[in-house]
Design a protein around this ligand. Structure first.
Ligand code: NA7
Length: 538
């Protein structure tokens, strides 16, 4: 094994979320000296931070748990088909406890800087508390949506009521009874908050800039018998997830929309609309997300669902997106979202008609009026995928920073490595296969592969691994080609790096891998089988 005795660790993992937990487990199985540094006061990552009302899975719970341990699968009971955040957090805490991982985790540790030491062939990880750790390998498991962004609206600090970004929701209960609440943002997060709060608050004012195409989640409880039956089917469920591009149980039809009659299409869409989960988005006809005419037809069909569900015709039209087709942005899954607008205590404010001028001490001032509220919820999204990297200063060879390297587009090899940053593995980093999939399914592939490579390196007395720029170029080209297949490449959303609250936030970027999990998995295998082609191991 390559000598790492002079270093604090073989591997430092940043982040104790779904990915960091699994990476730690895999590396400990290989008997390596590993530590996880985590900014939060406990494990859970996304599920630790996002405690906002209505936060829950859009993946079927039983397709989301780790697949590697039959014991864990058999011991854990999910209570709902789409579990709420507290349950998921509890699940992750249970896994950490079960595998005795906590002793290898350091909480309340914010990483400020990571510096490559060429001579020592190691990384130095500088923490906010002044400590530094040295390690042969560095792995990032810092999440794709973990750098929240507040709106760049004047006066945010003037508001005298309670206000939170959904990501930084307090750990203590918030009392909504009798309160006037304003929600800014109608992405997947805002839609969950609005559906949950509508009947719990005195008044709810929704500040919507652009509406999204939402679809019913159809969540329900899992009975004891049902859970017992699920436990007998886990291998089948995970096998199904392995076959699908998104690692979900839902799979696009092989049929194109034009292959079937209009009646059959409509019947199929009715069935999808009445079925739980993402099927309507990713289990639709194969051309709906690819061909404009097919997308237009489905979009027109689902627009009528909004008209059916929302009583007031003006409100219904305002909730129907006109700037993008269905599924070309992230589809928020909703529970009673559209019905919320039929309530007397819920009001929609369309910011494209009456933009926000500023936040005041009492609420939100638009060009039309001041909306007074007691609580303000900022569901305004994230500096997606690269934001969490930008918040740490990664300094690689020749003192080059990752921030500069990625200023135009995040260039990687397989989403796992970056030239100029040896021995750094960006688990679930930009353009990795995991980030556009049912997350645990995706990260299991990436983590298994990366930790096997670490083992290989250490077994072969290798001390340095760095991908070539040629390998990066090929991968970037492939990533772009996969983007171009999909209509979503033409729409402004966080999938493409759009965020109006960031400088240059309108610039299109290639953050995700859209080639599908099976193709990604095959690619990883070919690379490993060919002695890790594209990497220089020295
Ligand atoms: P999203 O999907 O990025 O949504 C953010 C929302 O906030 C969206 O409706 C934005 O409108 C709105 N927004 C952002 N800034 C402003 C300002 N300044 N004024 C008004 N409205 C604003 O983030 P989410 O948290 O909902 O979802 C992120 C992912 O988390 C989701 O896809 C899941 O995978 C989990 P816009 O569309 O930009 O007009």
């Amino acid at each position: 094994m390559g000598n790492t005795a002079h270093l604090d660790h073989d591997v430092v993992i940043i982040g104790a979320g779904v990915c960091g937990i699994y990476a730690l487990h895999r590396l400990l199985q290989k008997e390596l000296n590993v530590t996880v540094v985590e900014a939060g006061s406990g494990p859970g990552g996304t599920w630790y931070w996002n405690r906002y009302p209505g936060c829950r899975f859009d993946s079927e719970s039983w397709s989301y748990g780790y697949s590697f341990s039959d014991e864990i699968l058999q011991e854990w009971d999910w209570s709902e088909h789409f579990a709420p955040q507290p349950e998921t957090l509890k699940y992750l805490e249970y896994v950490v406890d079960k595998l005795s991982l906590e002793q290898h985790m350091q909480f309340g540790c914010k990483v400020m800087r990571c510096v490559w030491d060429e001579q020592g062939r190691s990384w130095r990880v500088d923490l906010e508390d002044g400590r530094s750790l040295t390690t042969r390998f560095l792995m990032t498991a810092i999440g794709l949506l973990s750098a929240p962004t507040m709106p760049t609206i004047p006066g945010v600090e003037d508001f005298e009521g309670e206000a939170w970004h959904t990501y930084y929701w307090p750990k203590t209960d918030v009392d909504f009874k009798g309160k006037r609440v304003g929600v800014i943002g109608t992405g997947a997060t805002g839609v969950q908050v609005i559906g949950e709060l509508a009947d719990k608050v005195d008044e709810l004012v929704v500040f919507q800039r652009r509406p999204n195409w939402c679809a019913p989640l159809h969540n329900s409880a899992i009975s004891v018998e049902e859970m017992a039956a699920i436990k007998t089917r886990y291998s089948e469920i995970f096998e199904q997830c392995r076959r699908t591009p998104g690692g979900f149980i839902h799979e696009p039809l092989r049929t194109a929309l034009s292959d079937v009659s209009v009646n059959d299409r409509h019947q199929f869409w009715e069935d999808l609309y009445n079925s739980p989960g993402f099927g309507i988005w990713i289990g639709n006809y194969r051309d709906v997300l690819i061909e404009q005419t097919a997308n237009d037809e489905f979009t027109a069909w689902i627009a009528n669902k909004i008209r059916d569900r929302v009583d007031d015709p003006w409100t219904a039209e305002k909730l129907i997106p006109t700037d993008h087709g269905f599924g070309t942005r992230r589809v928020p899954m909703e529970t009673n979202y559209y019905e919320a607008y039929n309530r007397d205590n819920v009001r929609l404010v369309c910011l494209r008609d009456t933009p926000i001028e500023r936040i005041t001490s009492k609420g939100v001032l638009t060009t039309h009026e001041e909306h007074e509220v007691d609580i303000l919820v900022y569901a305004t999204g994230f500096d997606a995928v690269t934001g969490s990297f930008d918040r740490i200063e990664f300094i690689g060879t020749d003192n080059k920073t990752l921030r500069d390297r990625w200023v135009n587009d995040p260039v990687t090899y397989l989403g796992i490595q970056i030239h100029g940053f040896p021995n750094l593995f960006t688990l679930a980093g930009p353009t990795a296969g995991s980030v556009s999939t049912n997350f645990p399914r995706g990260i299991e592939d990436g983590v298994d592969w990366s930790t096997d490579l670490v083992q290989y390196i250490l077994d072969h007395e290798i001390t340095r691994v760095e991908c070539t720029t040629e390998a990066e170029d090929h991968w970037s080209q492939h990533v772009q080609e996969m983007y171009n297949v999909l209509l979503l490449s033409k729409t402004e959303s966080w999938f493409n790096g759009y965020n109006s609250n960031l400088d240059g936030g309108g610039q299109a970027r290639h953050l995700l891998y859209w080639g599908g999990a099976p193709r990604y998995r095959d690619r990883l295998k070919v690379v490993a089988d060919n002695d890790y082609e594209g990497f220089v191991l020295t």
